[in-house]
Design a protein around this ligand. Structure first.
Ligand code: NI
Length: 168
């Protein structure tokens, strides 16, 4: 396994809509494992394939408790139902130095394939639901800074141009 390079805004791959994966082969398995390792190392709670330069419909996540690793690998994931509203301050490994609150659904149902080609359906609420919505946005070329108010976005863009985003 290896640690992959994480692309950061404004890398063009982050704006691209991804392709569905048609064959779950060794290349996809290796990519998924490398993405998990890269996510844990960062550290982060989710990572989507475009963030490592691959315009493919694949996300990894571990939105559970810190001392109990429960890695998720989702291929061609889709949200099939959603309800409620919630929101927390989000950040992104591809948008360093910036966080902002984003409005999300409180509960979602996600349908996806696993690495062994099983179709699964997950019902997620609160933090895990938010993480998965953030990651699935990446598959559509959407970053969390695309979901904040125009005013906040203009402040972000100005700081980005000036190079004055927090480096923490
Ligand atoms: Ni992200």
């Amino acid at each position: 396994m290896s640690i992959l390079n994480i692309d950061v805004y404004p890398a063009p791959v982050l704006k691209r809509k991804t392709e569905k994966i048609l064959n779950i082969d060794d290349g996809i398995r290796r990519l998924a494992e490398d993405m998990l390792e890269t996510m844990y190392k960062a550290p982060g709670v989710g990572l989507a394939a475009p963030q490592v330069g691959q315009a493919l419909s694949l996300v990894v996540a571990d939105p559970g408790e810190k001392d109990k690793p429960t890695p998720l690998i989702l291929i061609n994931p889709e949200i099939t139902a959603y309800e409620g509203r919630t929101g927390i301050t989000e950040g992104c490994l591809s948008v360093p130095g910036y966080t902002a609150e984003v409005v999300r659904h409180q509960k979602i149902i996600v349908r996806a394939y696993t690495l062994d080609e099983k179709e699964i359906e997950l019902t997620l609420e609160d933090f895990p639901a938010i993480v998965l919505q953030h990651e699935l946005d990446h598959l559509q070329g959407i970053l969390f800074i695309d979901r904040i108010s125009r005013l906040k976005r203009s402040i972000y863009d100005r700081k980005f141009r000036k190079g004055t985003l927090d480096q923490s």
